[in-house]
Ligand binder design. Structure first.
Ligand code: SF4
Length: 383
């Protein structure tokens, strides 16, 4: 019995030494090679939080100009909380996934009201903020406050799945939990912010989805996928959601003063509710958009006319077809068939009258911007 206990203590000590060596190699590599990114020059929780939200579903290179622009417009969390909603959306315009900007704004107001204007320091308080999920909360708290919390995102999941040769779809709940347990075990608790960024950096620059550069990897010793020849097979591919093809007819109403009608489709989707492919609110990012209708392939303009009459009381417009537009939103491939509809006056209710020239510069989705630009081009008023 004494021998068994001694053997176990020795094995644990060896495991601990291996882990410490692994952490040291990765941290040394990160500190010597990290990319110089503006959000890495600070531990300011507001800046770290904004960068983490912007980097969700968006590449680092694409985020850089928006990050700078956003901080020029809202240099502090209090300035963001004080701002008008449309000013925040304008600063975000072009980054996509606008619910992120709306949630940031709401969260900033909550932080000012309930946390004295400073990003909360506990996981529970951070998770209670709109738009802050487990990954974001752990990233901000570990980087800004040094909280011992390990992050798990796509990059980290890939590194773990390969190094530990974990099979299965990483996003499947059981597998994700297993990966989080390993991420927790790996965490260098004396430098959690650097550690989290080091694993993410390894996934972003060396242990990439395709053609990982194992020869340059600082932690290739002990990588099980490399030893077993499984690097190209791990992590297992996710089953992609099926692409849905949609057609939308949209009307650019134009009165004699050059104004058009913008409308809004339903309120925010319920948290976690499955997204309906034909939900116009989601297609137009829950922002102001031209009156539109999801149509079947055999539709005629009279369907759109009927819709405008029934919904907004529009009658007697003079119609002109604009060229078809292609647009992709998440799993949808959309063909937009826009129409210019010249009218004497715009309806008073059910929407908002704005100068058509102004629409491309407003906080609208890229689908609406494309439609506005097509209409302006038809009128000889190129953007
Ligand atoms: S050795 Fe290759 S597969 Fe393993 S962690 Fe490094 S880059 Fe990834």
């Amino acid at each position: 019995m004494r021998h068994v206990v001694e053997w176990r203590v020795m094995a644990e000590r060896r495991g601990g030494e291996k882990l410490a060596e692994f952490q040291k190699r990765l941290l040394d590599w990160f500190r010597a090679n990290r990319r110089d990114l503006p959000w890495r020059r600070t531990r300011n929780p507001y800046r770290v939080w904004i960068s983490e939200i912007m980097l969700q579903q968006t590449r680092t290179a694409a985020v850089l100009p928006y990050f700078r622009r956003f901080f020029r417009a809202f240099p502090s969390l209090k300035a963001l909380a004080r701002a008008r909603g449309d000013a925040v959306l304008r600063a975000w315009a072009g980054l996509g996934y606008y619910s992120r900007a709306r949630n940031l704004h709401r969260a900033a107001r909550i932080i000012v009201r309930e946390h004295g204007g400073r990003f909360p320091e506990t996981l529970d308080d951070a998770l209670a903020l709109p738009g802050v999920g487990d990954y974001t909360a752990r990233a901000v708290l570990s980087i800004a406050y040094g909280a011992p919390l390990a992050v798990l995102d796509g990059n980290v999941a890939r590194v773990i799945a390969r190094r530990e040769a974990i099979e299965g779809d990483p996003r499947a709940p059981g597998c994700w939990k297993k990966l989080q347990d390993i991420a927790d075990r790996w965490l260098a608790t004396d430098a959690p912010g650097d550690w989290n960024q080091a694993v993410m950096e390894l996934g972003a620059t060396i242990c990439t989805p395709r053609r990982p550069r194992c020869g340059a990897c600082p932690v290739r010793d002990g990588c099980r996928a490399l030893r077993l020849g499984l690097v190209d097979r791990l992590p297992e591919r996710r089953v992609k959601p099926t692409t849905v093809r949609l057609r939308i007819a949209a009307a650019v109403l134009l009165d004699e003063r050059g104004r058009t009608l913008l409308v809004r489709s339903s309120g925010p989707a319920k948290e976690n509710a499955p997204e309906r492919p034909d939900d116009l609110g989601s297609i137009f990012s829950r922002m102001w958009h031209f009156p539109a209708l999801v149509v079947a392939s055999g539709y005629s303009r009279s369907d759109l006319e009927r819709h405008l009459r029934a919904e907004y009381g529009v009658d007697g417009a003079r119609w002109q077809a604009l060229g078809k537009l292609r647009h992709t939103v998440t799993f949808r491939e959309i063909t937009i068939e826009p129409w210019l509809a010249l009218t004497d006056s715009l309806p008073r209710d059910g929407g908002r009258a704005v100068a058509l020239d102004h629409v491309p510069r407003m906080a609208v989705s890229s689908a609406s911007r494309k439609i506005a630009i097509a209409a302006l081009a038809e009128l000889g008023r190129d953007e």
